[in-house]
Ligand binder design. Structure first.
Ligand SMILES: [Zn+2]
Ligand SMILES: [Zn+2]
Length: 355
């Protein structure tokens, strides 16, 4: 008889089911990890709503990608990990052979290997991820905190690419998990952060994660001028991060940056979306437009260090705790409340919610 486990499988648009499936086995170079904690993520919600992800998955597919756990099987030839060790396994690993990897842009690897299936009792970690993007979690660091490594690694990369330095002013548009992480990373790096948020409850959360001042969009007539007025001499911010993923907020971002500044379009709207930008402003303002996607092994390690050195407010990101059987319900709830929920991330504990 094959041992079975429970796993959340995405069948398509808003169709997430709990299933009994065989517990995966570790092939050569692979690990099987008993999931200690898996975190919900805006990307998961997007995939759930759209029923697919351009890069990561086509249904039916095991769901969830932010996890940490305990090594429960070690494949042949694995030397870096032993049974019972606590690890965080990232959701992808690059080939390190293609053109993009050679340029240090492993996030754009032509053969980026993705792994999904965090909402399950166990998950198989492919050899390449074991080798390149699996890290030992130090004693004293909770698994649910270590699981924040993946989203934070994307944010760290976006932050590094944007070139903000201590003393700079950074505007962050959007106060979802990613926007909040940008605020926090920027504040820890000594930047002055201005947050642009939609809902009233996001004001306090943004301040908690380091925003010095917050503009709630619905309370001002002209968002762009209200925000610019908060920057030194109203010249605009040195760096603007867009973390909402709508054409309107992409356009705001360009209107909020100073001459010579950097805009990072971090939020990815649906394919086919177009935006209107003022070419004069871009050209004569010498504005740099960037868009960041995903993470690299280096930013995964930087993010992991931030989490494990105790400076990062991990606990504050986890606003919900749930069992594996609640996962389909959590997503239908997230969808209904989309844009209206105070929740940042829910930690799913397949072995039961710790007391
Ligand atoms: Zn994620
Ligand atoms: Zn590559």
């Amino acid at each position: 008889m094959i041992a079975e486990m429970t796993a959340a499988v995405l069948y398509g648009k808003e169709d997430l089911r709990l299933e009994r499936v065989p517990i995966p086995r570790a092939g050569s170079g692979e690990l099987v990890v008993k999931v200690g904690a898996a975190l919900t993520c805006g990307t998961d919600l997007k995939v759930y709503r759209r029923g697919y992800h351009a890069m990561m998955l086509k249904p039916p597919i095991p769901f969830g990608h932010e996890l940490a756990g305990i090594v429960s099987e070690v494949g042949n030839g694995v030397t870096g990990f032993r049974l019972g060790e606590r690890v965080v396994a990232l959701n992808s690993a690059p080939c390190d052979k293609c053109y993009f990897c050679g340029k240090g842009q492993q996030n754009l690897c032509e053969d980026l290997l993705f792994n999904n299936g965090a909402y399950a009792d166990f998950i198989r970690i492919p050899a390449r991820i074991v080798e390149k993007n699996t890290l030992h979690v130090p004693t004293g660091v909770l698994l649910e905190h270590a699981a924040l490594t993946e989203p934070l690694a994307c944010v760290v990369r976006g932050f590094e690419e944007s070139g903000g330095r201590a003393g700079d002013t950074m505007i962050v548009i959007g106060a979802g998990p990613i926007g909040l992480m940008f605020m926090h990373v920027a504040e820890l790096a000594g930047l002055n952060v201005i947050a642009v948020v939609k809902r009233e409850d996001q004001i306090a959360t943004s301040k908690l994660f380091g925003a010095s001042v917050v503009v709630q969009t619905e309370t001002v007539e002209d968002v762009v001028s209200a925000v610019r007025a908060l920057t030194p001499e109203s010249r605009g911010a040195d760096v603007v991060i867009e973390a909402v993923a709508t054409p309107a907020t992409w356009e705001w971002a360009v209107d909020m940056v100073r001459k010579g500044g950097v805009v990072n379009f971090f939020g990815g709207p649906p394919s086919g979306t177009k935006v209107a930008l003022d070419t004069n402003r871009l050209h004569y303002g010498d504005i740099t437009l960037k868009a960041s996607f995903h993470h690299t092994p280096a930013t995964c390690r930087t993010a992991f260090d931030l989490i494990t050195n105790g400076r990062f407010k991990c606990a504050e990101y986890i606003t919900g705790r749930a069992e594996l059987k609640e996962v389909p319900e959590i997503f239908s709830r997230m969808l209904q409340r989309s844009g209206g929920s105070r929740e940042i991330k829910t930690a799913v504990f397949p072995s039961g919610v710790p007391r």
